[in-house]
Design a protein. Structure first.
Length: 286
């Protein structure tokens, strides 16, 4: 990494932000492509988000990523919000325009789709419905990606059904069906599905395990868990034992960074085995 008077700056705002792997991701790319740039963690309290975002142009930043708890709050702070971010209801990438205006985007749907394409390239969106566990911001991005892929039916399952109903209503489209279901129905809803996606924290290190009976899920269905700590969640282990193709959550993290990197540093970025290994090292180290 080279630091000069012309170094291009970007970073990630969150509170806390020390857990983020985005600095490892973007600084790997900066080193790989020999770019005079740096990507830094920016711990920003919720009440200071507006001030911090508005300071980006004056400080010479090209933009930043946003993580918890800032993604929703940024919608009312940035000057422009792209249509997908507006539909999802969250901003995870901010671009500073040449005139200093702030543009908010959401690249989580892109990251989910690209990761799925990489790991299960023969998955057919039309082959069966999708079951999505969770109704938070990540679920919104996943559902938006599945709608774009024209999955004919999306069944949302959440521990609080009211949140699933809100998500289903907000993202409803004419060419597909998004329905909300109670948590107790999760096993039965797997019948006939072509894709299962866990967007909850269940199965994450330190969180309770996701309790699920996969016996009704067709064996040719793809199982995705966006959790990446641990990389091999109990859900993915159980799915592989039944013969399912599985997709872990690390690839979504890596791919979602690509659009922001290109916008800030002017170079398209690739997700490679070397990048994955470098970021995996940070997972093992913590």
């Amino acid at each position: 990494m080279r630091i000069t008077g012309r170094t291009r700056l970007a970073g990630i705002m969150g509170w806390p932000v020390s857990h983020s792997r985005s600095p490892a991701l973007h600084n790997f790319w900066l080193g790989e492509y020999g770019i005079d740039g740096v990507y830094v963690p920016l711990p920003v309290r919720p009440e200071q988000l507006r001030q911090a975002l508005r300071a980006l142009p004056a400080l010479g930043f090209r933009g930043c990523n946003l993580t918890i708890p800032h993604k929703e709050a940024a919608l009312s702070i940035v000057d422009r919000v792209d249509p997908l971010a507006r539909r999802i209801g969250a901003v995870n990438t901010v671009i500073v325009a040449p005139d200093g205006a702030l543009e908010g985007r959401n690249t989580d749907a892109f990251g989910f789709r690209e990761n799925l394409n990489d790991c299960a390239p023969d998955w057919d969106p039309a082959a069966g419905g999708a079951v999505v566990f969770g109704a938070g911001g990540a679920a919104r991005a996943v559902v938006a990606a599945l709608i774009e892929a024209r999955v004919p039916e999306i069944r949302l399952v959440n521990r609080t059904i009211g949140r699933a109903e809100i998500l289903a209503r907000d993202l409803a489209v004419p060419h597909g069906r998004v329905s909300a279901h109670p948590w107790a129905a999760r096993d039965a809803l797997l019948d006939g599905a072509g894709l299962l996606v866990n967007t909850t924290s269940l199965g994450m290190t330190g969180a309770p395990e996701l309790e699920i009976d996969l016996s009704q899920l067709p064996t040719d269905a793809v199982v995705v868990d966006i959790v990446y700590v641990p990389l091999n969640t109990p859900l993915l282990v159980a799915a592989r034992q039944r013969g399912h193709r599985t997709v872990d959550g690390l690839g979504m993290l890596l791919h979602q960074g690509r659009p922001g990197f290109e916008a800030w540093f002017g170079t398209p970025a690739r997700v490679t085995r070397e990048l994955r290994a470098a970021v995996l090292t940070t997972l093992v180290a913590r």
